[in-house]
Design a binder for this molecule. Structure first.
Ligand code: SF4
Length: 197
């Protein structure tokens, strides 16, 4: 199964996601050493993705494993503290602002930085901005914080030819499509990364 999963990662990476990043490149500031996307989130992982991430984890040094285990322990303590907001945390696999399991990271991780949309149970869609828009990074030149969305006026002013596009990057869409069916991939249950650890 993991071999077929690697084939799938290759396919979505080299075709679908590469195309999205290329089309949106004028709105993106992603570069090596930037880890904002991994510093505050929930990181949904399916069972299959988690099994793959564990292959990367097992290959780490004892020192790195120790850092990750300590982070997991602290995140679980923090998670128990009552809060009205959704619990967000730094990814335990992030060490010194780098993903320690980069080759084995989840599918959601591979989409970090792009504008995307989610659809609720009633079928209504709404766009979601990458976290770093508020840091003056991705899409910030076309984002109107007063209305909380992309502004057509700012886009026109930016002079960028390709329009800002929100893609369907939900875990359901990425883990259940014609390619995953053809490869007979069973992703299993999806839940927040910390719940797998
Ligand atoms: S697994 Fe790696 S890429 Fe994904 S959120 Fe964690 S540190 Fe970031």
């Amino acid at each position: 199964m993991l071999e077929r999963y690697e084939k799938y990662l290759d396919l979505i990476g080299s075709h679908l996601l590469q195309k999205y990043f290329e089309t949106q490149k004028e709105y993106l500031h992603c570069k090596a050493g930037c880890s904002h996307c991994c510093e505050s989130g929930e990181y949904p992982f399916t069972n299959l993705e988690f099994q793959y991430a564990m292959v990367g984890y097992k290959a780490l040094s004892e020192k790195e494993k120790d850092i990750i285990q300590k982070k997991v322990k602290q995140i679980k303590i923090d998670k128990e503290k009552p809060t009205k907001e959704t619990f967000m945390h730094e990814c335990p696999f992030l060490i010194d602002k780098k993903c320690s399991i980069y080759k084995y990271r989840g599918i959601i991780c591979r989409t970090h930085g792009l504008l995307y949309f989610i659809t609720d149970k009633d079928g209504n869609s709404r766009n979601k901005m990458p976290h770093c828009v508020n840091l003056g990074l991705n899409y910030s030149n076309v984002y109107d914080e007063n209305i909380g969305m992309i502004s057509d006026e700012l886009w026109a002013k930016s002079g960028i030819k390709n329009e800002p596009v929100a893609y369907n990057l939900g875990i359901k869409a990425l883990c259940s499509n014609s390619v995953t069916k053809e490869l007979e991939l069973d992703f299993g249950e999806a839940k927040a990364l910390i719940e797998w650890l």
